[in-house]
Design a protein around this ligand. Structure first.
Ligand code: COA
Length: 235
């Protein structure tokens, strides 16, 4: 068994998902608890698991041989901040890929470190998933599609073939993206949107067919100073 800490209380279901993983897979994870920069010192436990520390304790846990899973769900910006912290401390990263053939073509699908591909996800031939990507249950990513680093794909999303999604883009529940479309980086696709045309970087789109509703503006100081606990929300 490898020792695991969950960084961030984003999905309360993550420990039970890992229990399910341990029943199915030969590599097992022993979850010790959470690291959480916001909750540590305020509450002791989160859905039954202890909150053991904040960022300051990462070096100690790294020395003790723990792996970490980035479980931040508030925004892709915050996913990036936590990924940067873990990289700074040279933490070992846990990658969780639940789907098995025929729902994933192991010969041609690439999945980057730190990603979590939930059960009931379909990944077609020649799909490339970047690092630290979350793909929630019942999403379908069709062939020859590229998903950039730090993207979050909510449940029930349909991404058709030869689509490109830029890094740090958030795709809301049940959205559909037409084949051959390019979605830029840092975009937000609203829940239920049907995206029929390319979406430029930093744009939020909603509706059927999807139309821009706003441009996302960035608090770059947050990204320049990842130790600062200044969480922002982009969805
Ligand atoms: C698109 C989204 C990010 C916008 O959130 P927001 O910035 O808080 O925007 P608001 O709620 O203020 O909505 C702005 C306008 O867009 C409309 N709108 C918001 N989301 C919409 C959507 N998905 N489809 C159609 N219209 C939408 C609102 O009704 C509102 O319209 P109005 O100005 O006429 O009243 C958000 O609504 C969304 O879809 N989030 C995804 C949630 C999700 O899938 N989570 C998954 C968790 S696992």
């Amino acid at each position: 068994m490898k020792k695991l800490l969950i960084y961030g209380c984003g999905y309360p279901s993550m420990p039970s998902l890992i229990k399910y993983w341990n029943k199915k897979k030969s590599q097992k994870w022993d979850v010790a608890g959470y690291i959480d920069d916001v909750k540590f010192g305020k509450v002791d436990t989160f859905f039954g698991l202890p909150i053991l520390g904040n960022e300051k304790l990462i070096p100690k846990f790294v020395k003790e041989g723990y792996h970490f899973f980035n479980n931040v769900a508030s925004s892709t910006d915050n996913m990036k901040i936590v990924a940067q912290k873990l990289s700074k401390y040279k933490a070992k990263i846990c990658t969780l890929v639940f789907p098995e053939p025929p729902n994933i073509d192991c010969e041609t699908v690439y999945i980057g470190e730190g990603s979590c591909i939930f059960p009931d996800v379909f990944l077609g031939t020649d799909v490339h998933i970047g690092k630290n990507v979350i793909i929630r249950q019942q999403s379908n990513i069709s062939h020859e599609t590229v998903v950039g680093d730090l993207c979050f794909i909510a449940p029930g999303v349909g991404i058709l073939s030869r689509v490109s999604i830029g890094e740090k883009t958030f795709i809301g529940a049940g959205a559909v993206i037409r084949d051959n479309v390019t979605v830029g980086k840092n975009c937000v696709i609203g829940m239920g949107a049907v995206v029929t045309k390319d979406v430029p970087d930093n744009i939020t789109v909603t509706g059927i067919p999807a139309k821009p509703i706003r441009s996302k503006t960035y608090d770059n100081t947050t990204l320049k100073n990842p130790s600062e606990e200044k969480f922002i929300t982009n969805r």
